[in-house]
Design a protein around this ligand. Structure first.
Ligand code: SF4
Length: 562
């Protein structure tokens, strides 16, 4: 098959905050250098440098989802006049509350720990933010390519030489359709992976490049979010609410958020740890219950949800960050674990990581040297940045919750006083989240709980919510959820865990349906076209036999305002 070969100097995989910030910063550094040389500073101009950003969504922002309260520190470094330039901020944070919930009531923390204070931060939609950043990148000459999924790393002599993008126009059986278009080989002197959490290429390279050797296991949560439109005046612009406790069991990490975007829109969601012991842990169902709490219900009265989405969140922190540089490769953003779980924020760290990658690549361009030794300076840059200071200060935060919510709160408080150190050591270990999952019988002696009911007013089932995510996939394409052995689903998994994929997937992709070929048997049915690309299944499956791979470029959710 003839494939187009595209040559770039630098390419970023993923048009999220890390990739776009990296591309903009690199373009700025090159332009400043060339202007200085033109003005007489000794040196050679760099001239035309080809920078590309490759994005699988149908448009930039279509797959972008976050809470989100933005700490503007990194954005101000990237674009000092970001406000004047029209950055699409919904509003500034005005009030900031943290509540501890139980089923029928709540307690508001009288004093907020500094780490949870949001004064000076802004409420944003990540989708809108990255759409705006993409426009700036394009003005600077960066090529932003959408509807293009990077599916395979191109490795040559142990070096990442680029990425192969997925074919389009392939049918379910893998045969070419009349509209078949082969993917391209995108080659670059360096490739920056900013694919989001549990990146496909980063996962594929993990073993061969030893990216996670000596690191803590990365652990994740799943964030499920809706945007609600309510009667004017019912939402409180600039109000930030965070909750702990109900409906999450004490042994399940997570919490809720509601952010007033304007006087008629709330952005709200629940983050649920994927290291929960309950095999019927259901981030979507828990979020629906959370909305029925007496604190939340009145805020949403008379309104309706207008957008839905879900995404995995890397919670492992400093010790779980992978090796960030290898031959031909840098890793930034969520793919690199740049997330402060204690502050519930990652956008500023993603932007900063992209900028630090750009500074490293700029030096490579000046030196005409993209060797792994020079690329490794990115790790050094990260270590000496404020991003590392911030991440180190909460380096044991998530691990502290291994003993449950109350132990975690005590541990977080002590760690805050000790600058991130835990009384049990400077580096608490972690194990992959799926290893915490207990057998169904251990957890639910009487069998699975009854299925949750939804009223269609305040609470919605997964399919109703998927509709709000705008998700679309061409149904006649290979299934993008690879289950290596489906016999496990019908036998061991059904017996031991009760098929948790049916519960943890927030989009009803996995169903156990009667197997017509065998009496009383069930088989796995994968409704791949519902998939909102959250990666939860790739992470939470107890047998680790599910691999999420990108479907045809342009397919997937079409998030708006998330
Ligand atoms: Fe998320 Fe996997 Fe379900 Fe897709 S199939 S929505 S990636 S859990």
């Amino acid at each position: 098959m003839e494939r187009e070969v595209l040559e770039f100097d630098v390419q970023f995989v993923g048009a999220g905050p890390a990739g776009l910030a990296g591309a903009i910063h690199l373009a700025n550094l090159i332009a400043r250098h060339d202007a200085n040389v033109a003005a007489g500073t000794p040196g050679e101009p760099l001239g035309e440098i080809a920078i590309a950003v490759i994005e699988k969504g149908k448009r930039v922002g279509a797959h972008g989802l976050s809470g989100a309260v933005l700490d503007p520190r990194a954005l101000a470094e990237l674009i000092p006049d970001w406000r004047a330039k029209g950055c699409p901020v919904a509003c500034e944070v005005i009030t900031d509350d943290v509540y501890f919930l139980w089923e029928t009531g709540q307690f508001r923390l009288p004093v907020l720990p500094p780490i949870l204070q949001n004064h000076g931060n802004s409420i944003v939609s990540l989708g809108r933010l990255v759409e705006w950043l993409a426009g700036i990148a394009e003005e600077k000459g960066v090529l932003v390519v959408t509807e293009t999924a990077a599916t395979q790393p191109l490795i040559e002599d142990g070096r990442l030489a680029g990425v192969r993008t997925g074919d389009k126009g392939v049918d379910k059986s893998g045969a070419q359709k009349p509209n078949h278009q082969p993917g391209a080989d995108c080659r670059a002197k360096a490739t920056v992976l900013c694919e989001g959490p549990r990146g496909t290429l980063a996962k594929a390279l993990e073993t061969s490049l030893g990216l996670t050797v000596g690191r803590n296991a990365q652990v994740y949560s799943t964030g499920v979010k809706e945007v609600w439109e309510v009667p004017a005046g019912r939402a409180q612009q600039g109000r930030v609410i965070h909750t702990m406790g109900w409906p999450l069991p004490d042994d399940t990490f997570g919490g809720g958020f509601a952010y007033g975007m304007d006087d008629s829109h709330w952005a709200l969601g629940l983050v649920t740890g994927l290291d929960a012991p309950d095999p019927v842990n259901d981030p979507h169902g828990l979020f629906q219950r959370w909305k029925t709490h007496p604190l939340l219900r009145p805020l949403l009265a008379g309104g309706k949800p207008v957008a839905y989405g879900a995404k995995a969140i890397p919670e492992g922190g400093w010790w779980a960050m992978p090796k960030l540089a290898a031959d031909g490769l840098l890793i930034a953003g969520d793919s690199g674990g740049f997330l402060n779980g204690a502050r519930l924020k990652g956008i500023h760290l993603a932007i900063k990581s992209g900028m630090l990658a750009a500074e490293t690549l700029f030096e490579c361009l000046l030196a005409k040297d993209f060797s792994k030794e020079r690329l490794a300076k990115y790790e050094e840059r990260v270590r000496h940045s404020w991003a590392a200071d911030e991440l180190r200060s909460v380096r044991n935060f998530h691990q502290g919750f291994a003993g449950g919510l109350y132990a975690g709160m005590v541990s977080a408080g002590i760690q805050m006083v000790l600058g991130g150190r835990d009384p049990f050591g400077d580096r608490l270990p972690s194990v992959p989240g799926h290893e915490h999952m207990r057998r169904l019988r251990e957890r639910h002696r009487g069998g699975k709980p009854a299925p949750q009911k939804f009223d269609g007013v305040l609470t919605f089932d997964k399919l109703a919510d998927v509709y709000l995510s705008g998700t679309k996939h061409d149904e006649d394409q290979p299934v993008h959820l690879i289950v290596t052995d489906t016999s496990v689903c019908a036998t061991r998994c059904r017996e031991e865990f009760g098929n948790p994929c049916q519960h943890f997937c927030p989009a009803s992709v996995y169903e156990m349906v009667p197997d017509e070929s065998k009496p009383d048997a069930l088989r796995l049915q994968i409704n791949a076209s519902n998939c909102v690309h959250c990666k939860t299944c790739d992470i939470a499956d107890p047998y680790q036999i599910i691999t999420w791979v990108p479907p045809q470029g342009g397919d997937g959710p079409d998030y708006k305002d998330l």
